[in-house]
Write a protein that binds this ligand. Structure first.
Ligand code: ATR
Length: 277
């Protein structure tokens, strides 16, 4: 029987998830389809119940529903519960809908695909303290990153993340302007630089990045944000948001279908599309 999957969000038209998952189904010879569905905030509960009734095999959740969906699901994975955000839902054998979060692990896979595991002891700074930053912070800690600092425009949210992690530091935007050069790994986890995110810019200067910096961004459209462009210009290593996007989808795919799909060609393909856009 044909399986069906979806991604829900608002807006949703720009999502690259349908093309990515449908390509994987085709490659793996699966009789399955993945569709984008726009769901308004006030319709979220009804949408989740309808999906359940209509026998969805699984779905992804994107902005703005990652947190608000939690009360409408039957079960939540422990890590997703800690993160306070769900991006993947799996229909279990008994019909229950269970929420997971694959964003953080997707980010770490993408980062380590590029830089390996030898930087886990190096000082690392996460910029931002929203849902994405929180998921990334958990996944990094779980993977053995030892020296995590978080900075955010609203400092209390950075403190919440560090409290939840049980280790790490918080620094203000003013402090970042002075100490940026001390961090080997910088992770940009806000919408700054995003094509459709309005004119968001970081509340500190990025001039002080060190030459050997490893700079990673969660934004993938455009591929090269001002943050990444600066890192590249001074000779740093750059990790675009495409790898995180593909790996979060691949981990979701594995939850649904039991094996990890091919990611390398997918990262190349989406990177090429964005380069040409
Ligand atoms: P998500 O859950 O997708 O990460 P979010 O919860 O809205 O999205 O978080 C967005 C992040 O970008 C937050 O760290 C936010 O800072 P605040 O916590 O101070 O709101 C940050 N952000 C958004 N707009 C910003 C701006 N103009 N300048 C600096 N930081 C910004």
């Amino acid at each position: 029987m044909k399986k069906w999957f979806a991604v829900i969000g608002d807006p949703i038209a720009q999502s690259k998830s349908p093309e990515m998952h449908n390509t994987w189904y085709e490659q793996d010879g699966l009789d399955a389809a993945y569709v984008p569905i726009q769901v308004k905030a006030e319709d979220l509960e009804k949408a989740v119940n309808s999906f359940k009734l209509l026998g969805v095999s699984g779905f992804n959740i994107t902005i703005p529903h990652k947190t608000t969906i939690i009360p409408f699901l039957d079960e939540i994975d422990e890590t997703a519960k800690h993160m306070g955000a769900v991006n993947t839902v799996v229909r279990l054998q008994n019909g229950n809908l269970k929420g997971y979060n694959t964003d953080g692990d997707g980010f770490v896979r993408s980062l380590e695909e590029k830089i390996g595991q030898e930087h886990r002891h190096q000082p690392l700074l996460i910029i931002g303290a929203g849902g994405a930053a929180r998921g990334i912070a958990y996944a990094l800690k779980k993977s053995g990153y030892e020296d995590i600092t978080v900075t955010n425009r609203t400092i209390s949210k950075a403190e919440d993340i560090i409290d939840a992690l049980g280790s790490g530091k918080v620094i203000t935007s003013d402090e970042v302007s002075k100490s940026l050069g001390q961090y080997k790994i910088l992770i940009q986890a806000t919408p700054a630089g995003m094509q459709y995110g309005g004119e968001v810019s970081l509340p500190f200067s990025i001039e002080q990045m060190s030459k050997g910096v490893i700079a990673a961004d969660i934004v993938y459209n455009p591929l090269m944000t001002p943050f990444l462009r600066h890192a590249k210009a001074i000779g740093g290593t750059v990790v675009t948001g495409v790898g995180m996007f593909v790996h979060q989808g691949a981990i979701a795919y594995e939850h649904w279908l039991g094996h990890y799909p091919k990611t390398e060609f997918m990262i190349e393909r989406i990177t090429k599309q964005l380069n040409e856009a």
